[in-house]
Design a protein around this ligand. Structure first.
Ligand code: COA
Length: 328
C-alpha cells in the first residue's frame, strides 16, 4: 500500500505584530488576563492582501524547501474559513498566483480542524496512486472577520498560512499513517459567523448587527474542545499502539494554552513534547498545526522518525486526530 509522506513544510506569518499591550490601550483587558487565560502574547496581522497571499507565500516556501517548481504540483487543497471570495475558490487564486499550471484544486471548510480534514483528504489521492504531489495548505486571515471592539474575540485570533507537500513515501512505516475525523453540527450554536451566506445575505442590517464577525460562546466551546482533543488523541494512540513514551510530539491546534496543556496531561506527555507557538501567533485557525510543524522542523527540533499526534477542534463542531511518522 502507498503511504502519503510529508516531504516539505512551510510557514508564512505577516510582519505586523499586535501585542497584548495594544488591546490594553482601548479594551477593558490586561496582558496578564490574556496570557493566563489563553497563553497568547502577540499575533500577526496581514495589512494588505487576502488569504490567498498567505497561502501563496507558505506554498512558495514549501516548494523551495523541496526544490521543485509550481508546475510539479498535481493538486492544491486549501483549508480556510476566510476565503478571498465565495467564488472562485481560494485554491483557484493560489493556483494562478503560484503558476501551478498543472494543478487542479479546491477549498475545504473545516474551521480550526480544517488542516486535518485537508490532510486526510490529500492523503487519499496519494494512497490511491492517482497523484504524486499534493499541496495541503491551511491559511486564514482571521482579522477579516474579527470584531476588534469585542474583548472576548479580539485577543484570540491572528493571520497566517502554512503548507505541507504530500508525496508517496519512499519507505514503509513513514508518513501520514492514521486519521480520525469527527463532525457534530449541533455545535453550530456556540461558534459561527451568521452573516454573508445564503442564510443571511449581506444587507445594511447584517452589517449593523455585526453578523459578519466570529460569534463564539467561549466557555461552551472550551468545555467540549478539552474533551474532544484529548479523546481523539488517546484514540489515535490506542489504535496505533503508541504509549506516551513513543510520542515525540503532540501537535495541537493552537486555540488556548489551557486546552493544549490539558490534552497533553491526558496523554501523559510533558510540555517539552508539545509543539506550541500560540504565544507568538494566537489562533490562526487552519494554519496553526502546519505552522508548528514548519517551525519545529526548521530549527531542528523535529526529526525523521519522530512519532507525531496531530489534534484539532473547531467550529462545526469539527475535530480530529492524525498519526504522522515524520519522514524528512
Ligand atoms: N480580558 C478580560 N476579561 C475578559 C476578556 C478579556 N480579553 N475576555 C473575556 N473576559 C471576561 C468575560 O467577560 C468573563 O467575565 P464575566 O464573568 O464577568 O462574564 C470572564 O472574563 C470569564 O469569561 P470566560 O468566557 O469564562 O473565560 P474563559 O476562561 O473561558 O476564557 C476563552 C475565554 C475564549 C479564552 C476560552 O473560553 C476559550 O479559549 N474557549 C475556547 C476557544 C476555542 O478552543 N475555540 C475553538 C476553535 S476556534
Amino acid at each position: 500500500m502507498i503511504t502519503a509522506a510529508i516531504t516539505a513544510v512551510g510557514h508564512y506569518a505577516p510582519d505586523k505584530v499586535l501585542d497584548n499591550k495594544y488591546f490594553e490601550s482601548y479594551l477593558d483587558t490586561t496582558d496578564e488576563w490574556i496570557v493566563t487565560r489563553t497563553g497568547i502574547r502577540e499575533r500577526r496581522i496581514l495589512e494588505e492582501g487576502a488569504t490567498s497571499d498567505l497561502a501563496v507565500e507558505a506554498a512558495r516556501r514549501t516548494l523551495d524547501q523541496r526544490g521543485i517548481g509550481p508546475e510539479d504540483i498535481d493538486l492544491i487543497i486549501i483549508a480556510t474559513v476566510t476565503p478571498d471570495m465565495f467564488f472562485p475558490s481560494t485554491a483557484a487564486l493560489v493556483q494562478h498566483k503560484l503558476g501551478a499550471k498543472n494543478a487542479w484544486g479546491f477549498d475545504l471548510s473545516g474551521a480550526c480542524s480544517g488542516f486535518l480534514y485537508a490532510l486526510t483528504t490529500g492523503m487519499q489521492f496519494i494512497e490511491s496512486g492517482r497523484y504524486r504531489r499534493v499541496l495541503v495548505i491551511g491559511a486564514d486571515k482571521m482579522s477579516a472577520i474579527t470584531d476588534y471592539s469585542d474583548r472576548n474575540i479580539a485577543i484570540l485570533f491572528g493571520d497566517g498560512g502554512a503548507a505541507v507537500l504530500l508525496e508517496p513515501s519512499e519507505e514503509e512505516g513513514y508518513g501520514v499513517l492514521d486519521a480520525i475525523n469527527f463532525l457534530d453540527g449541533s455545535g453550530m450554536e456556540a461558534l459561527h459567523m451568521k452573516g454573508g451566506g445564503s442564510w443571511n445575505p449581506p444587507t445594511h442590517d447584517t452589517v449593523d448587527n455585526k453578523m459578519h464577525y466570529i460569534y463564539q460562546d467561549g466557555r461552551a466551546v472550551f468545555k467540549v474542545a478539552v474533551v474532544g482533543m484529548a479523546d481523539v488523541s488517546l484514540e489515535i494512540m490506542r489504535r496505533n499502539n503508541l504509549t506516551s513514551e513513543d510520542v515525540a510530539y503532540l501537535v495541537p491546534h493552537q486555540a488556548n494554552m489551557r486546552i493544549i496543556q490539558s490534552t497533553a496531561d491526558r496523554m501523559g506527555l510533558p510540555m517539552e513534547r508539545v509543539m506550541v507557538n500560540i504565544d507568538r501567533y494566537g489562533n490562526t485557525t487552519a494554519a496553526t498545526i502546519p505552522s508548528c510543524l514548519a517551525e519545529y522542523y526548521g530549527d531542528g527540533r523535529l526529526k525523521r522518525g519522530d512519532n507525531l499526534v496531530l489534534a484539532a477542534f473547531g467550529a462545526g463542531y469539527t475535530w480530529g486526530g492524525t498519526y504522522v511518522r515524520w519522514s524528512i
